[in-house]
Design a binder for this molecule. Structure first.
Ligand code: ATP
Ligand code: MG
Length: 432
């Protein structure tokens, strides 16, 4: 059997990278006072239709939607913001208070799988409710910038920002854009022709070269911005300048979800080919009300974990401490009716008690000394601890170094010591 197309297994060799990335992100967002929230993978389909928008790619073509046994339409979440707002509203988290929240987990979209684009992918989302900005917008960008620094990828990503204005301003602009593009409809790429009737703003970020060329003379969104959005955007830029965050204003930056207005942004890289957006977000002041709550300003973003992992790999920014080979491999050789195995397992337990961070592998399954040593070597462990009948009888352990120190200075590998338990443990401490 094979997994569902576009839904990957995460194998043991890569999971330390994921753990490292997830814990670094958690540490970063928590240092800004953000709290974790978790919500279900499944929601009522209506929630996504009403938030993301009926005529967006996500809702029209990409959702995994099915009827449950009661005939209720449910969908696997394609993103987290809608669920986050739903959960906040349901539990009164937005009542007369601000909230700074983050979450992480799998999202599902029926897209064409390719490098950096999957059907089950993972996002970390960050959302702030109850604050108008632009200071909180700026903080969100500072937080993501800090994260890139922590991960060592800050040289490989750049920030693009734009303002989408109010929905009223956008509507006027949309009409002007449609009027302009309708005259040259035949020259647009197929996708953009379709979007002209459904979601014309998305034409602005068409990847098609010919379409991009035609857009040069198109009406510009920033000419249509209302005063409030313009001031908000200017203040955001001033804060970013003062806080030393570099950015590029990209007037064609729009997002694929209907709920964004005012600030939108993306962190992009040129190191991953077509799937270059590693983090994207913006302001969505209308969404809480749209979903039945009180009008609440909000801003947030989501980053794609798979793309960040690809970027870390491409740039070879993988910390050495991610090595997951054991420090110690404990052999149990001999037949004393379970005594050798028991002694060896008890020793492993006392190591774990003394050194909570130890990675200790106990040999299981018996076999000769030679075959157990082979397994110890293959495990990548620094030290093999040999427990045989003599060691049990004398309450000792034997230690064999499996690797040289690497600097050519010592040849520990030839060394084998037999020591009383306490002294042996002290020796082991040197490699843990
Ligand atoms: P794209 O333009 O690349 O399709 P998007 O605008 O659909 O992205 P968002 O919905 O804003 O993206 O999601 C935020 C981030 O989640 C993206 O920037 C990307 O890093 C990641 N992401 C989105 N869709 C996928 C996917 N199918 N596979 C892997 N990562 C994804
Ligand atoms: Mg997309």
């Amino acid at each position: 059997m094979q997994s569902v197309k576009g839904m990957n297994d995460l194998l043991p060799e890569i999971s330390p990278m994921w753990q490292y990335l997830e814990s670094t992100i958690a540490q970063c967002v928590q240092s800004y006072g953000y709290s974790e929230i978790r919500f279900p993978l499944l929601e009522k389909t209506e929630l996504f239709k009403r938030s993301i928008g009926e005529v967006t790619d996500i809702v029209e073509k990409e959702m995994y939607t099915f009827d449950d046994r009661n005939g209720e339409s449910l969908s696997l979440r394609p993103e987290g913001t809608a669920s986050c707002v739903r959960a906040c509203e349901q539990h009164g988290l937005l009542y007369n208070q601000t909230q700074r929240l983050w979450y992480m987990g799998p999202m599902f979209r029926y897209e064409r799988p390719q490098k950096g684009r999957l059907r089950q992918f993972h996002q970390i989302g960050i959302e702030a409710f109850g604050l108008h900005g632009p200071d909180i917008d700026a903080e969100l960008l500072l937080m993501t910038a800090r994260l890139w620094k922590m991960l060592g990828i800050d040289d490989a990503v750049t920030l693009e920002i734009n303002s989408l204005g109010t929905s009223a301003a956008r509507a006027v602009y949309k009409a002007a854009l449609v009027e302009f593009l309708s005259d040259i409809k035949e020259q647009l790429d197929e996708d953009s022709q379709r979007r002209l009737a459904t979601n014309p703003l998305r034409i602005l970020d068409s990847k098609d070269k010919a379409t991009q060329g035609l857009l040069v003379d198109a009406p510009q969104l920033d000419d249509y911005l209302d005063d409030d959005s313009r001031n908000h955007f200017e203040s955001l830029k001033r804060i970013l300048d003062a806080a030393n965050i570099s950015y590029r204003v990209n007037n064609r930056l729009v997002r694929g979800l209907d709920y964004y207005g005012y600030t939108v942004f993306e962190w992009v890289t040129d190191k991953l080919g077509a799937q270059g957006t590693v983090c994207a977000g913006g302001r969505y002041n209308g969404l809480v009300e749209q979903l039945g709550g009180k009008s609440t300003p909000a801003v947030g973003c989501a980053m794609g974990i798979e793309r960040l992992i690809l970027l870390l790999q491409t740039l070879e920014k993988i910390p050495e401490s991610l090595a997951s080979s054991p420090h110690v491999y404990i052999l149990a050789v001999g037949d004393m009716g379970g005594k050798v195995e028991g002694y060896a397992l008890a020793l492993a337990e006392s190591l774990r008690e003394r050194f909570p961070r130890v990675r200790c592998l106990s040999h299981c399954g018996g076999g000769s000394f030679k075959s157990q040593m082979k397994k110890a070597d293959k495990s990548g462990a620094a030290i093999a601890v040999i427990i045989g009948e003599d060691e049990v009888a004398s309450q000792k352990m034997s230690i064999k170094y499996l690797r040289d120190s690497g600097d050519g200075k010592d040849s520990k590998k030839a060394l084998q010591l037999t020591l009383p338990l306490e002294q042996g443990i002290e020796k082991l401490a040197e490699v843990i």
